[in-house]
Every structure is written in structure tokens, then in C-alpha cells.
Design a binder for this molecule. Structure first.
Ligand code: ADP
Ligand code: MG
Length: 320
């Protein structure tokens, strides 16, 4: 049988390259997908003056702001993830993200005092939700919600729902590292796992999946160098500095991309050992850890197959 022909469209949204691949040549549908992504970005972004999330941030310390049910649900989910015991995921990390500006112009190592001051404004419990009113109130002036770690996952899930509604059975959408697959043309889709700090197209390996999300979060995506050290964009809300441990990237295979986004950040904070232990209780979430020592550690392989492509890495499984 000949290979099915893929039709792909790309654009840039949310500061990231976006690629949609379909088995049908439907430019109009691709346009509608990109407009859907744009609408969600307009509601969730904190990189422009106006959005629903920015309306909440501008009203910090002043008054609650009513938002759409989509935005409210995502913020509620982000708050829950922030309150998991030992979580480094923090939806109120905004003041620190804005201070470091990692990945944006003007990035720099802030003074210790500045970091200490901002840390006081990042308590997730100070994000006050009113379910009945669908409103969000930030208890102190200067607080800022930042959904940068999970917005792409949430939006990828909405794109999947939209494509299903349109009767599309096979598709792949890549939102700058959040890959979501529907069906599979020949049994599985192949999704590359990038080699950290290497050429853009260099891969450590390939994941084969169908109907799954594959999300990678790595410290090699956005960073700057100062004082002989790399400072990357995943911040540790316990001390206000970029997270520092044995990991270079975490890939999550899961049903929903939102779960993938939450878990990449959670596991990045927990590290390999604790991460492996936690995943034993979650059959639906599977991880591929890549360490600075070039170990590739798989929690399990129920929903995917992993093939190593770079033999300077060693593959192993989580130990019990
Ligand atoms: P990418 O945008 O490269 O896919 P991630 O999904 O890893 O990155 O999310 C990183 C972004 O999440 C940062 O740019 C910032 O906006 C936000 N962020 C940084 N640290 C945290 C944290 N501890 N908890 C929640 N969000 C964070
Ligand atoms: Mg993420």
C-alpha cells in the first residue's frame, strides 16, 4: 500500500510555530483551526496589554473580574495543580516571569532582594475563585496569573475537540512542542523527542502513538547565559530561580495535552526518582525523562513505543 499523503499548514501563534497535518487537502479547515487558536490566545495571553487574564492581573488588589467559563475552568485547574503537595507548578508565578524576562528582550539575573519581594506575590492561595460568579480575584496589588505553561495544552485539546466535531478522524497538531494526534494514518504517528541544546532538528528518539498527546518541556527551549551559567524559563516558586536539577527535558504521553503540560512542569520539579514513584499511581500519564548525564528514563510504555535514535544516550526504565 502506498503511504497516505499528508497535507500540512503552518503559522506562528503564541510565539511558537504551529503545524497542522491532515490527510485531506482542506485549507479552509486549517484556517478555521488557526482562528480558533488565535481566539484562545487572545483570551489567555499575558504578553499583551489586553486579554481576559490581563484584565484579572490589572485588577489585582482592587476587585474580582468575571471571565468566560473556558478561562475560569483553566484557571481553576491551574490553581489545583499549584496546590498539589510539593508542586513547583504555580499559576501565580507571573511577577517572577516578568522580572526575569527569559525568552524576551531585556532578560537578566535579578537582584536577590527583587526576587524576595516578588516571591511574596506568588502565593496560589491568594488567587481567589468565585465559582458562582465565575470571577477571579488576586488578593494583592502586583500579583499576576501566568498560564504560559499550560495554555498550549488546553488549546491543543480544544483543537482536537473541534476537529472531531468536524468529522476529522486523523490529524496531527503541533503547538510549539505540544503535539496532539488523532487516529493515525498507518497505525501510529511518529513524534520526535528533541535533543537538548543541539541543532533544531536533532532528535534523541521517536515516540509512536495514536490518539495521544505528546508534550515536551525542556530547559533548552528558552534561556540566556550570564556569569557562565544558563538561566532557563521554568522557575522554581520556592526560591524564585530557574529550577536546577538533573533534568534537561520531560516528555509526557497522555490522553489530554493539558495533563501533559501540568505533568511536565510537576515532574520537572520532582525530578526522576520522586517523579517515577508518583507515576506508578497514574496509569494514564507516562513520562520520558532526559537527564544531563544522557540517560533516557521511561516510566512505562503502555500508550506508546519509544525508539532511541542517538546512541550517545542510554535508555532505562524507572526502578521500583
Ligand atoms: P514552553 O513554552 O517552552 O512550552 P513550558 O510549557 O515549560 O514551556 O512553560 C514555561 C512557561 O511557563 C514559562 O515561560 C512561564 O510563562 C511559565 N512558568 C515558568 N515557571 C513556572 C512554574 N513554576 N509554574 C507555572 N508556570 C511557570
Ligand atoms: Mg508546558
Amino acid at each position: 500500500m502506498s503511504e497516505p499523503r499528508l497535507h500540512s499548514w503552518s503559522t506562528v501563534l503564541m510565539g511558537s510555530p504551529i503545524i497542522l497535518s491532515l490527510l485531506i487537502d482542506d485549507r479552509d479547515l486549517a484556517g478555521r483551526v488557526f482562528r480558533l487558536i488565535q481566539r484562545y490566545e487572545d483570551a489567555l495571553t499575558v504578553n499583551r496589554a489586553v486579554s481576559q487574564v490581563m484584565a484579572i492581573n490589572h485588577a489585582a488588589g482592587l476587585h474580582p473580574v468575571k471571565v468566560s467559563s473556558a478561562v475560569f475552568d483553566l484557571i481553576r485547574c491551574a490553581k489545583e495543580a499549584s496546590l498539589v503537595s510539593g508542586s513547583v507548578f504555580n499559576l501565580a508565578i507571573g511577577p517572577l516571569v516578568k522580572l526575569w524576562r527569559i525568552g524576551f528582550q531585556g532578560n537578566r539575573i535579578p537582584d536577590r532582594d527583587e526576587i524576595a519581594d516578588r516571591l511574596l506575590l506568588t502565593r496560589p492561595t491568594d488567587v481567589i475563585l468565585d465559582v458562582a460568579d465565575r470571577s477571579v480575584f488576586l488578593a494583592h496589588a502586583g500579583m499576576e496569573i501566568d498560564l504560559g505553561a499550560i495554555a498550549k495544552g488546553y488549546i491543543a485539546d480544544r483543537v482536537r475537540d473541534f476537529l472531531r466535531q468536524q468529522g476529522v478522524e486523523q490529524a496531527l497538531i503541533n503547538l510549539g512542542g505540544n503535539v496532539l494526534t488523532l487516529g493515525a494514518p498507518q497505525g501510529t504517528w511518529s513524534v520526535g523527542v528533541k535533543k537538548p541544546f543541539a541543532a533544531a532538528d536533532a532528535l534523541v528518539g521517536v515516540v509512536e502513538v495514536a490518539n495521544k498527546s505528546v508534550v515536551t518541556s525542556g530547559i533548552y527551549e528558552r534561556w540566556f547565559e550570564q556569569d557562565g551559567k544558563r538561566w532557563h524559563h521554568i522557575l522554581d516558586p520556592r526560591n524564585g530561580y530557574p529550577l536546577d536539577n538533573e533534568l534537561e527535558s520531560v516528555t509526557i504521553v497522555s490522553g489530554d495535552s493539558l495533563d501533559g503540560d501540568v505533568w511536565t512542569t510537576l515532574l520537572y520539579g520532582f525530578g526522576v526518582e520522586k517523579g517515577c514513584a508518583l507515576l506508578r499511581q497514574r496509569e494514564d500519564i507516562e513520562a520520558i525523562f532526559i537527564t544531563k548525564n544522557r540517560d533516557v528514563i521511561l516510566s512505562s510504555q503502555r500508550q506508546f513505543r519509544f525508539t532511541l535514535l542517538d546512541d550517545s544516550y542510554r535508555v532505562s526504565a524507572c526502578t521500583a
